[in-house]
Design a protein around this ligand. Sequence first.
Ligand code: CP
Ligand code: NVA
Length: 314
Amino acid sequence: MAVAPLKHFLEIGQLSEEQFWGLLFLAQALKEERTQTGRNEPILAGKALAMVFQKPSLRTRVSFEMGMQHLGGHALYLSPAEVGLGTRESAPDVARVLSGYVDGIMARVFDHNHVHELAQWGSVPVINGLSDYCHPCQALADLMTIWEQLGRLTGVTLAYVGDGANNVATSLLAAAGKVGMVVRIVSPVGYQPAPEVIDATDADATVTDDLDAVVGADVIYTDVWTSMGQEAQKEQRVADLAAYQLNEGLVARTRNDNTLVMHCLPAHRGEEIIDSVADGTQSVLFPQAHNRLHAQKAILAHLLGKAPLPERND
Ligand code: CP
Ligand code: NVA
């Protein structure tokens, strides 16, 4: 049976396992096509994507823009200074206006409700390019990277160390549940995921403040301690999370010489991760960042170009 199409890409939890795997397969196929032939079929010719940013970005902005270009379409960058989503103009109004100009909207927002409002009021697909609640595009690219590096996802153990309550951790937990990964969130009290985030995932997930939970991990992952919008709390957060730095001692504590080191970037080097680990032999930080391009293309090809989601055949 064909995999049901998605209308939007707002939260990993809204996808079925088949839809999540379908996006992974599509991303892999588009990457292979580009690697082998130097190009992708222009399946988005004549299509445009509006990219609404309330926060800064390198990877998300550039990978969506290049993804649209590779697929023959056009991307329009709207900076935080321009749209004023929810301040200059309400999300329902922005959604209805943009729907008359473009074929899809990607939005990076503070308030997660805004991506839902854009989807509810607009008539074109909406993609969450990061909200305070979650970062689903990142998790898709991350699992693509783990799959490429380890050749499997089901049964892989990922230890996430640091701010386990943030958007990246939330989406990793949700994504892990779609593919049968094991997740250990290793964070001090006050930085652990909300119980509803754990309840919502099908992943084999544990939450602890004990760094020994990294023992045996196939992947050790961290993200900044101070996310965008939390800058006023930086001093407190750095003090609270200091023991959870991804350094050589913590990598060694996995007792696995092949543990992959991952970080969504940007990194605050010297805080949550140190240079020798970020740039060490076990680091996959840059392949991980590069896979954002291929994962983005899968989302765009499916939502804007109606590319079907491949079925799993195992
Ligand atoms: N990882 C990530 O989303 O990076 P940007 O904030 O630079 O887009
Ligand atoms: N947790 C980080 C992720 C950046 C890609 C933030 O929200 O700033």
